[in-house]
Design a protein around this ligand. Structure first.
Ligand code: CO
Ligand code: CO
Length: 321
């Protein structure tokens, strides 16, 4: 993808473009006035669960998340729909209801959209938000010694694959849908109030991929495997060979930048698992970590310290007991 994006021309000379393709982040940020910048992002995908209403909720939470990851507040959204003529439009109605419910919860107005005839159903949203130009939270900017905090459990890609293949328990499927439908709104609000060095949301590149993105070439990180929040059945499914294509590609592309110790294959799979609507991954100064976790808990968000940033060179070391 990065290769292809090189062909996209951006107006780099425009000083109002605060975050663009020069240093890609979760969303683009464009300054309108000294007090207001707009945050723009788009995300859509094929069905990840069988229940159309849940698909809509998850797609909306996932699309809105990139605005939250920038420290922004989403304001409006546009529906993006690819739908086969052969498929009941009643089902699409339920997808849209789900997305509508999540946007309402986020206080976001759906103001339009576009649909095309498509042999494979696809759904997502283009989202516009606002942020103060001086308070944009970038994915880079962490410093050595800062702690890494994650706000949602991992394993959602593996579990979604398991749901499609019919070998995930109903209980785990229900929890996973709940996790993926949850907004990162409260997590973002607390993050901005406390102040963090850097943040991103964990999505298609998995925990390791997004962490490497935060680190760049001048930082490294140590992850404490035992501390990772994981929806446990993901380990069982991975051990049975359930692994989405995106997670496999992550593993192939990034394994050489990670020291895994003697971690088994199922545990490794979870580290590289492509997430949908994952949590925020933040780098916070150690002195602020307790307050951050405390304030997250007040809003019902479980933040977990999963490791620390070091001053190495773009690598991740995973330690386990
Ligand atoms: Co993102
Ligand atoms: Co995105």
């Amino acid at each position: 993808m990065a290769q292809v994006l090189r062909h996209v021309k951006t107006t780099t000379e425009d000083p109002r473009l605060l975050v663009g393709l020069d240093a890609p982040d979760d969303a683009a940020v464009y300054k309108i006035t000294d007090d207001i910048a707009i945050v723009q992002t788009v995300d859509f995908f094929t069905p990840i669960v069988d229940d159309p209403h849940a698909w809509g909720r998850i797609a909306a939470a996932n699309a809105l998340s990139d605005v939250y990851a920038m420290g922004g507040t989403p304001v409006t959204a546009l529906n993006l729909i690819g739908w086969p003529r052969s498929l009941d439009f009643e089902i699409l109605g339920r997808v849209l209801d789900g997305a509508g419910a999540t946007c309402e919860e986020a206080d976001v107005s759906i103001v339009g959209g576009h649909s095309v005839d498509d042999p494979e159903p696809k759904f997502g949203l283009a989202v516009t938000g606002t942020v103060h130009p001086d308070r944009v939270v970038r994915k880079t900017g962490a410093s050595p010694g800062s702690l890494l905090v994650l706000t949602k459990p991992l394993g959602m890609g593996i579990i979604s694959s398991g749901i499609k293949e019919g070998n995930t328990s109903e209980e785990t499927a229900r929890i996973a849908i709940d996790v993926m439908s949850r907004l990162n709104a409260d997590a973002a609000r607390v993050m901005v109030a406390i102040g963090v060095e850097a943040a991103t949301d964990v999505t298609g590149f998995g925990l390791i991929g997004h962490l490497l993105g935060m680190l760049g070439d001048s930082l490294d990180a140590t992850i404490d495997f035992e501390s990772l929040p994981v929806l446990h059945e993901a380990f069982d499914l991975a051990a049975q060979g359930v692994l989405p294509g995106g997670s496999k590609r992550n593993l192939e592309a990034m394994a050489d930048r990670v020291d895994l110790g003697d971690l088994n294959d199922a545990a490794t799979a979870v580290l590289f698992d492509a997430q949908t609507s994952g949590g925020l991954l933040m780098a916070v100064e150690p002195s602020k970590a307790a307050e951050l976790l405390g304030e997250l808990a007040v809003t019902g968000v479980t933040g977990t310290v999963i490791g620390a940033v070091g001053d190495g060179t773009g690598r991740v070391e995973v330690v386990s007991a």
